[in-house]
Design a protein around this ligand. Sequence first.
Ligand code: GDP
Ligand code: MG
Length: 632
Amino acid sequence: MRKDVRILLVGEPKVGKTSLIMSLVSEEFPNVVPYRAEEITIPADVTPERVPTHIVDYSEAEQTDEQLFQEISKANVICIVYSVNNKTSIEKVTSHWIPLITENTDKDSRVPLILVGNKSDLVEHSSMETILPIMNQYSEIETCVECSAKNLKNISELFYYAQKAVLHPTGPLYCPEKKDMKPLCVKALTRIFKVSDLDNDGILNDNELNFFQRTCFNTPLEPQALEDVKNVVRKNLNDGVCDNGLTLKGFLFLHTLFIQRGRHETTWTVLRRFGYDDDLELNQDYLFPPLKVPPDCTTELNHNAYLFLQSIFDKHDKDRDCALSPEELRDLFDVFPYMPWGPDVNNTVCTNDQGWITYQGYLSQWTLTTYLDVQRCLEYLGYLGYSIIAEQESQASGITVTRDKKIDLQKKQTQRSVFRCNVFGDIGCGKSGFLQAFLGRNLMLHEVFPDFDYLSDADLACDIVCLVYDVSNPYSFDYCAKVFKQYFTDSKTPCMIIAAKSDLPEIKQMYGCSPLEFCRRHRMPPPQSFTCNTAAAPSRDIYTKLTTMAMYPHARLRCMCTCNRCTFCLCQNFLNSELLQMVRAKLFAVVLRRHVSQADLTTSTFWLRASVGATVFAVLGFTMYRVLLKQR
Ligand code: GDP
Ligand code: MG
């Protein structure tokens, strides 16, 4: 919000500038006034808009042109005063004052003008007939007012209008020539309507209107006031009210009415609450609230944010098939200034038979965005109105910053629920099949030969490593062994070997020892057989194992997992317990397949969202969602 408001009064000599200021201050008409009043400052708490306000007088007799120009450039709003009984003083408004002000102000920073007709006590008629054409000609004229310093008529109003012209300018909202709201304003209000339409039925019902009223104005609407508002709309528009709720048309009409009646501060209050600045762009402060992420920490969405995202999904999944059709997806992102998810998203998360993003896929993509690019996540949540709808201070309150991975390793436990898994493997060894199977697909994709000589630390940073070889290709294990020896022999990151294409006959690997022997020597669990070439869904057991290892990274495994005593075995048993069996089936999964065309493709990475501990709820959210649907 603005710090203060500076009001400058200009105009021909003797029109009553000084008298107006003195009348405001002393609340009586001064018979004798100096040429120029001292600058006065009205403290914030006695002004209607609660901002300190400076009022500055001008006198040709006492000030040079240079001083006048300086004052003009410092002013936030300028009142051009004329006397209603003095024609010359009116003519000078357009012939002298407006051009002079234009010359002395920045082209970009529009200074609003107010035309003030003083001495209304001296005439019977109004000067408005002469003034209105001037108003229509100059869009910088915010308003005009007739007043009398002598009768104290409209004096406080005048200064209130001046203050309002600065704090709540009509310029960005309304086009006086077209007598309609400007397109940017319509766009912003449309977004606000969509965010506030919690059930997405195109109508703001009483509950939604009350919530809207509470968020914007801190007070609920009286039931009668609510009816009155709707009646006003009903009277003027035949499709402004529908099913006893406000349609978008009605909502926009109401704001046009506010603006036309000079109550545009109402519209501004709404716009500001939803994050808009004076140019009707979303504020950077709103979109990017401060969030500190120290190195080696990751970012995850918390329970509250997942619930919010779930409700957003719910409100856009109109046909209730637990997937977003292209149309539903477009509708969901309608409150964004651009489409954030390209077609590639469909290849990286769960989709249904039609290739539409499922509920699981939708949440996975959010999990991924939060993990990889938390600033973007904050921005997106901002567009969706997270802080407003979830009644949080900012989007940042939806994010959990995990502790340093090193502390996790020290304490031998983790609070994280999203893990990164890097997948290495020779060309054609079945990495893509492995990744896509994770999404419940039996799809094979082409991969580029990874050149592991150039792996950077960032490439290597992860919670768990998968080394994939092809049981039918005798040369493919050699690659895994090399990667392991080069990067992971001494690392704390747990590794697992995947024996892919296990449906094919196994051929002896051309390597010094067998994969099983290799695992034993390096204290890894035995190679995990995997195939995506099955009639049934590929086994998902492997993913649970990976998650377990990522969650208990200290368990660089010391046994072949049959002892039932080591952490790994215990974890396995734990995960296999009945409750978790159910939860596990709904394990959130995200796969990020780097584009095959990218020359730097070295590894495939996927994210596991563990479903144990505090985050069980978020996972169960899916189940709850289903239950909710059934009730409808
Ligand atoms: P300035 O030169 O624009 O600052 O004008 P002043 O405030 O000095 O006023 C010029 C003359 O107009 C003085 O004689 C005031 O008493 C008189 N005057 C100012 N305002 C009014 C008003 O509202 N009604 C009438 N009748 N006289 C006014
Ligand atoms: Mg004066």
